[in-house]
Design a binder for this molecule. Structure first.
Ligand SMILES: Cc1cc2nc3c(=O)[nH]c(=O)nc-3n(C[C@H](O)[C@H](O)[C@H](O)COP(=O)(O)O)c2cc1C
Length: 241
């Protein structure tokens, strides 16, 4: 009999908002991570980012974004994110000329090396409002399901589970093997939210950016973060015709 451990609801966390952690792993769909991080910092959230080595490979392969494993330039990442969003059809992106605003956004993005267990997000005493693993590979999913801690993505995610804080994983794979399905179920039982990179098509999709934002919007909903990324069903502007 499944007995899921429930994480604290984001709304029950009191005081000012704490940082959000984003773990990026080597599943396809790097654009979801890039857009999520961009939106979080632009919405004013301190955002701690850790990228696994295969996550770096996929960022390079899919989005042509390169960085050295020893260092990461937040401003280059956010510039690339805006240009990518514009390339995928998002409106009002890629032409940000407000340098001071861009500096504020950059200051909110904190990058940690994948093997830096001295990073604040490796400890439960560092307060956060939740973590998203996006995209989440089958390898990282397996690590989370059985409590491995072989890099900082695993460690930060297992901290969120033990602290009963929101952990949202965004898996991407198809078809799904039985071991993959078992691991998804296990992470659910442990209190994680499984939010597959599986956008809906009912919102009048006009460009790829709409599909990306559909998923990012659902992630923000899980974190309890207000946004206007996509229209809500029942808001009056959408029909089923
Ligand atoms: C271009 C590319 C795409 C990949 N896509 C997926 C994927 O969609 N899902 C997945 O589980 N693994 C995918 N992989 C394989 C993972 O990167 C690999 O299993 C890796 O060990 C995951 O390690 P990580 O979880 O530490 O990032 C992909 C690899 C590459 C190079």
């Amino acid at each position: 009999m499944v007995n899921p451990v429930q994480p604290a609801a984001p709304s029950s966390l009191s005081g000012p908002p704490h940082p959000i952690v984003v773990g990026v792993t080597g599943a396809s769909g790097a654009v979801f991570a890039m857009r999520l991080i961009q939106v979080l910092v632009e919405l004013g959230r301190e955002t701690h980012v850790v990228i696994s080595p295969p996550g770096r490979t996929v960022l390079e392969h899919e989005l042509d974004f390169r960085f050295s494993p020893q260092s990461f330039e937040a401003d280059a990442f956010l510039r690339h994110a805006r240009l990518t969003a514009a390339r995928f059809g998002a409106k009002d992106e890629g032409d940000s000329t407000d340098a001071s605003l861009a500096r504020v956004h950059v200051g909110r993005l904190h990058w940690h090396a994948h093997d830096n267990y001295m990073a604040p997000i490796a400890s439960g005493s560092f307060r956060t409002s939740g973590m998203v693993v996006c995209p989440c590979s089958g390898g990282t999913l397996a690590a989370l399901a059985c409590g491995l801690s072989q890099n900082l993505v695993h460690r930060a995610a297992s901290v969120h589970l033990k602290e009963r804080r929101p952990l949202i994983i965004v898996p991407r794979e198809t078809p799904l093997s039985l071991v993959y399905l078992d691991n998804l179920r296990r992470v659910c039982e442990l209190g994680g939210v499984v939010l597959p990179a599986m956008p809906g098509w009912y919102q009048g999709v006009q460009c790829l950016a709409d599909l990306v934002d559909f998923i990012v919007a659902r992630i923000l909903d899980q974190l309890g973060i207000e946004h206007t990324l996509s229209q809500r069903w029942g808001s009056g502007d959408l029909t089923t015709d």
